[in-house]
Design a protein around this ligand. Structure first.
Ligand SMILES: Cc1cc2nc3c(=O)[nH]c(=O)nc-3n(C[C@H](O)[C@H](O)[C@H](O)COP(=O)(O)O)c2cc1C
Length: 241
């Protein structure tokens, strides 16, 4: 750890950290042929493996896929699922047109595919923190995926998450044992450039909400204004004094 002996980060380190977060993108195109070396790959996977996990259960596995045959089968599953999605948009011509223009995977063009899985049985059945909220195991895998995504961005490697794949197909193609569930299918590779905005924003599908719209103060209906909240806190402090 850099910074100092009590684990504090410098201003420059903080700046870099936020820069990585804000410039991470979901990447499905512009892949180049450069191979991800095993050294870089292990650094990225080490970051993923250091994610928090409920009860320290570390319920993830990372299946590394380079074989073109497996990828072709997985792409087939994607194509079938994509068609189902298109059918659901039959009544909405404008959205359907936009959807057809979207590139939603880079399964064959990327250098490496990774399937991140969840093993409910690992260290179980008693897992601290998972007895009340069963999904906490899957949340842990998502923490690992986000670490992987950010570490890849720090290495200038693009990552795209493809969820338009049937899990039954993934289980069959990757020979997953029955308690193991696929959580994410990721396509990784060096690319020509990182976009500044999410593709779904630049292609007018949806845009980022204002931060203040997603912060609630004290309760769900507690308002969305930081200024009002400051006033509330001051009144509360005076009342309790
Ligand atoms: C759980 C999850 C599933 C996703 N599935 C897909 C997908 O199937 N295809 C795709 O192109 N992007 C997929 N994405 C990427 C999102 O579309 C993307 O994160 C979002 O548009 C914001 O863009 P950004 O990641 O570049 O900030 C997925 C993201 C998450 C977190």
């Amino acid at each position: 750890m850099t910074g100092n002996r009590i684990g504090l980060f410098t201003e420059i380190e903080k700046e870099i950290f936020y820069k990585i977060i804000l410039s991470r993108r979901d990447v499905r195109r512009n892949f180049i042929r450069k191979k991800i070396s095993n050294k870089v790959l292990l650094r990225i996977l080490t970051a993923a493996h250091h994610a928090p996990s409920v009860g320290y259960s570390q319920p993830w596995n990372f299946i590394l896929i380079r074989d073109r045959n497996s990828r072709l089968k997985i792409k087939e599953s994607f194509s079938k699922e994509r068609l189902k999605s298109i059918e659901l948009l039959a009544m909405d011509k404008e959205r359907k047109r936009k959807y057809l223009d979207l590139k939603l995977e880079g399964i064959l063009e990327s250098n490496l595919n990774i399937c991140v899985t969840y093993d409910h049985k690992r260290f179980g059945p008693y897992i601290i923190g998972r007895m009340t909220i069963k999904e906490a195991g899957i949340y842990s895998v998502c923490c690992a995926i986000q670490n992987l995504w950010l570490a890849a961005r720090a290495e200038n490697i693009g990552v795209g998450w493809v969820s338009i794949i049937n899990n039954k197909d993934l289980k069959r193609i990757l020979k997953l044992p029955s308690p193991v569930k696929p959580i994410a299918y990721l396509c990784l590779g060096y690319i020509t450039k990182f976009e500044v905005e999410p593709d779904l924003q630049s292609q007018n599908w949806l845009s980022r909400l204002d931060l203040e719209k997603v912060i609630n103060y004290e309760q769900w209906d507690g308002g969305n204004s930081l200024k009002d909240w400051e006033g509330f806190n001051q009144r509360l402090t005076r009342k309790n004094a």
